[in-house]
Design a protein around this ligand. Structure first.
Ligand code: GLY
Ligand code: MN
Ligand code: MN
Length: 434
């Protein structure tokens, strides 16, 4: 099943190539080692998207029309001694039988073989600029072929960004991908619920983080998709707070932004809740505004709407809320036009989500906000942040930082909230914590 999925992706890419092309995709480099210890390796997303192959030290090559095989992979050879230390390898046979390569070569032979594959090709599709040392090797191979001009051999003279083509493909999720994203979201939602269940005043932020990670791993997601944010009180107003080392006291809200990566697909969920199980009056006022903004934004995620429509829907509710709270005053339209909400809501309402948490894909096409289409996945994550250093802010709002974030798939009929198992109604949250 998955072998076919990856083959389909390669065929789709092939369709987009100009004639006389060669596609060269390197795997991501390995992290530096600490003595004998290997740091966790994460495959390059574009490389994995097209190959399904998660090993390091690999290069995938596609040459449409090559009679001896169009899809070639350079990879590590089987080596029982090395595998006994560092884990199994597919080897040259495995990369053909399990991953669909037409032919495979040892990665150690790439300097000898790759230049020959470049001969008489017109253009190279390649993620130029992503990995500097591979860029240099590729330029070296091309100039080696260029030096053969007198033998009637020509070298490719066009470099085309493979990233642009692949990112456009990755923006539209297949059924296979949607199922993985559902699973990533389901695991993450369970992690949020588990963190709420153990919440109690006096607990440390990292204890909640431990609960999240434990749930991710126990359910088959081997890592978080990004560093988990667990921020109590004023820490919840720091957008990328990851210290997670404060004690959470009764009366504090805690903002948790955490999502698992499952089989290379990310989830990205934020929930905010009172550690003692009861929102104060002020916390509840702000919470309900953010929730209403989030629901309005989710409602705006549907085919035919523009990328910016959910953001505009959220901004409208947030600005009106700030007026009701008497933090802003004046004409609503003007306040929105002037972005008067910015000191309290300083980020955008969402981003594409997929193999990467801030996933690839253009947000504008020809200068206009992109139209939403079936298969796209976006986060919807408005927030309000009242840190205690905002001049003139009534202290009753201090240290209230609230964000609510879900993962939303654009469907034919509208949308599907992939992360909807994570509770966000005030009453459901209060019941779960007490
Ligand atoms: N967790 C990162 C973000 O919400 O964008
Ligand atoms: Mn997030
Ligand atoms: Mn996000």
């Amino acid at each position: 099943m998955s072998k076919e999925e990856f083959a389909n992706r390669r065929s789709a890419l092939r369709e987009m190539l100009e004639p006389e092309a060669i596609v060269i995709l390197p795997s991501s480099p390995e992290q530096p080692r600490n003595g004998d210890v290997l740091y966790p390796y994460r495959q390059d997303s574009d490389f994995y998207y097209l190959t399904g192959f998660s090993e390091p030290q690999a290069v995938a090559v596609m040459i449409p029309g090559r009679t001896l095989g169009e899809y070639l992979v350079f990879c590590r050879e089987s080596d029982p001694a090395a595998e006994a230390w560092n884990g199994r390898r597919a080897g040259l046979d495995g990369v053909c039988s399990e991953f669909g390569a037409d032919d495979a070569f040892p990665i150690t032979d790439i300097d000898d073989i790759l230049p020959g594959l470049l001969e008489n090709k017109k253009r190279i599709y390649y993620p130029m600029g992503r990995y500097k040392s591979f860029d240099q090797r590729l330029i070296q191979w091309v100039s080696q072929v260029g030096a053969l001009g007198r033998s009637g051999i020509h070298a490719p003279d066009q470099f085309i960004s493979s990233a642009q083509l692949v990112q456009e493909m990755r923006l539209f999720k297949s059924k296979f991908e949607i199922n993985l994203m559902r699973k990533a979201a389901e695991i993450s939602a369970t992690a949020h619920i588990n963190a709420m269940k153990i919440a109690k005043p006096g607990i440390k932020e990292y204890e909640l983080e431990a609960e999240l990670i434990s749930t991710f791993v126990a359910r088959g997601a081997r890592s978080a998709a990004y560093p988990s944010i667990v921020g109590a009180g004023g820490n919840g107003c720091i957008l990328h707070y990851i210290d997670n080392n404060s004690q959470i006291n009764s009366g504090d809200l805690v903002l948790i932004d955490a999502g698992a990566e499952y089989e290379f697909y990310a989830s990205d969920i934020t929930r905010t809740f009172p550690i003692n199980g009861r929102f104060t009056q002020e916390q509840k006022i702000v919470y309900e505004i953010v929730l209403e903004a989030q629901m309005a934004a989710i409602e705006a995620v549907r085919p035919g709407n523009c990328w910016n429509d959910p953001h505009e829907a959220a901004v409208k509710v947030i600005t009106k809320g700030l007026v009701d709270m008497k933090i802003l005053s004046g004409n609503l339209k003007k306040l929105i036009a002037n972005e008067s909400f910015r000191p309290y809501f300083m980020h955008r309402t969402g981003h594409w989500l997929g193999m990467d948490v801030h996933d690839v894909g253009e947000y504008k096409v020809d200068g206009e906000w992109r139209v939403l289409e079936e298969g796209m996945v976006t986060t919807v994550e408005p927030g309000l942040y009242f840190s205690n250093n905002i001049p003139g802010l009534d202290p009753k709002w201090w240290d209230i930082g609230i964000r609510i974030e879900d993962d939303v798939l654009v469907t034919e009929a509208g949308n599907e909230v992939l992360s909807d198992q994570a509770p966000k109604e005030v009453s459901t949250i209060e019941e779960l914590i007490l």
